[in-house]
Design a protein around this ligand. Sequence first.
Ligand code: GDP
Length: 210
Amino acid sequence: MSLNFAHARFLTSVPKASLAPPDAGAEVAFAGRSNAGKSSALNVITRQRALARTSKTPGRTRQINFFAVDDRLRLVDLPGYGYAKVPQALQTQWQQQLTEYLENRVSLRGLILLMDCRHPLTEFDRQMLRWCAAAELPVHVLLTKADKLKRGPANAILLSVRPQLAQLHPQATVQLFSALKKSGVDQASAVIAGWLTPVAHGAAGGDSSC
Ligand code: GDP
C-alpha cells in the first residue's frame, strides 16, 4: 500500500521525549548527523518545500519534531547529532534524549538514518545502529547527496557500506538518495509506508512493541 506523505503537517515540537504526543498509532523517525540532509529528505518525501523548516527554527533544532501524516501516523524529526560546535555536556544530553525515545517509544516502527554518502558510518552513526539493533528497531539508511558523486563511485560506497552495516545491525537496509535530484525517493517512501502500513490498514493498532 502506498501512503500519501504529501498531507503531512507539523504537529508539535518537544524538548524531551517524555513530552511527546500520545504513544499510539505508529511513527517513523528520521535521524542523522547535522547537515546530513535530513530536512531536505523530509521535504522531498512529503513533497513539501518547507515542512522541515520548522525543525530549523532557532530553538527547535534540538527538539523532537512531530509531523502528522494522518490522525494515527506520524513522521518524527529527531535532533541532528554530532554538531561539533556544541559543548560535550549538551551532546550527552541529546544522546540521552535520543536513547530514551528510541528505547521507550512503543509506536516507533522504524528509523530512517541519514548519512552523507561521502562520510558514511561515523562513530555517531555506528552508535545509533547499535542502539537500534539492541532495541530490535528496523533501520533503513539513506546515503544522501548521491548527486555529489558519479554513479560508479556512489555504487562503490553503497557496496562497501552494506557489509559494515550488516555487522552493526543485521536487518538494516541501505540505499543511495538525492534530495536535489529526487532520486531514491520512491524507494525510501516505500520502506516508510511498509513500516506504517499495518497500522494504516487498522491491523496492529499501535500497541505492540517493535
Ligand atoms: P540537515 O541538517 O540534516 O537537516 O541537512 P539539510 O537538509 O539542511 O542539508 C544540509 C545541506 O546539504 C544544505 O546546504 C542542503 O542544501 C544540502 N543538501 C541536502 N540534500 C542534498 C542533496 O541531495 N544534494 C546536494 N548536493 N546537497 C544537499
